[in-house]
Ligand binder design. Structure first.
Ligand SMILES: [Zn+2]
Ligand SMILES: [Zn+2]
Length: 257
């Protein structure tokens, strides 16, 4: 069994309500040595911290998803900020820009994202970045503040070659979900071009279930299928991919395993 880390999951979603303990156990049995449970708003930020306190191998990321920033009040932000100093909180996320769904006004998304970038500078915690249909906006916005000094990951990456270069040049890692196992995934060449020491794997569970579970509920145990696909694309063994992505994850998020 190969040790692997699911760097992005949402264990507090309703889909896990009735059998979360089984889901966590199945992950462990399949070789998942750690999971990063990523918040999307204030309530889930409190929730991920609670779950991380209860399990050694579950870590927390605290932040507000671009979909949800429109509902956030100033005093809620200071509660979130205080959570960042919790020892099991290993990242700020997920944060970013989503101009595909546009669930929050774009100006509000940008304002909040800038705020979360301030937090990066203030805490040194890496960023977990969600971006969709906003690549043209997010890259210059980051470059304006730092050309190469970033620490973090672009999760569920779907950008092109140019975007991948820009993101890597700024210092970021790139992670993939079940998206790379889908028949209609177009950017296999981009995946292959990313150096192994900057790659990570994730599920984004309960969403984005990899083939052969596509369309069903995803869970952290399935991260092995993402690693398997990455191995095929990079023409490596799954052991090599799991070993290196685990190493990258431990270093980026400062996890002890
Ligand atoms: Zn996301
Ligand atoms: Zn997510």
């Amino acid at each position: 069994m190969t040790r692997v880390i699911d760097t992005h999951t949402h264990l507090y979603f309703d889909q896990f309500h009735s059998d979360l303990d089984d889901v966590i156990e199945r992950a462990r049995e399949s070789g998942v040595i750690a999971m990063i449970n990523v918040a999307t708003d204030l309530e889930s930020s409190k929730n991920v911290v609670d779950l991380a306190e209860a399990h050694d191998d579950i870590y927390a990321a605290v932040g507000v998803h671009p979909h949800d920033v429109v509902d956030v009040e100033e005093e809620e932000l200071s509660i979130l900020y205080d959570l960042l100093s919790h020892p099991k909180v290993v990242a700020i996320g997920e944060v970013g820009l989503d101009f595909y769904h546009d669930l929050s006004p774009r100006e509000v998304q940008k304002r909040f994202f800038q705020r979360f970038l301030d937090w990066f500078y203030e805490t040194g915690l890496p960023l977990i970045i969600h971006t969709r249909d906003a690549n043209e906006e997010i890259v210059p916005l980051l470059q304006e503040r730092s050309k190469a000094g970033w620490k973090g990951v672009f999760h569920c990456f779907s950008g092109d070659d140019k975007m991948a270069r820009q993101v890597l040049d700024m210092g970021f890692h790139i992670s993939f979900t079940g998206n790379i196992t889908f028949k209609n995934f177009r950017n296999i060449g981009v995946v292959r071009s990313i150096p192994l020491d900057r790659l990570m794997v994730e599920t984004d569970a309960p969403l984005m279930a990899p083939v052969p579970h596509r369309g069903k509920r995803n869970e952290p145990a399935f991260v092995q299928l993402v690693a398997q696909k990455l191995a095929e694309i990079h023409r490596l063994s799954i052991e090599e991919v799991c070993h290196q992505t685990t190493q990258n994850t431990l270093e980026l998020f400062g996890l002890e395993k």
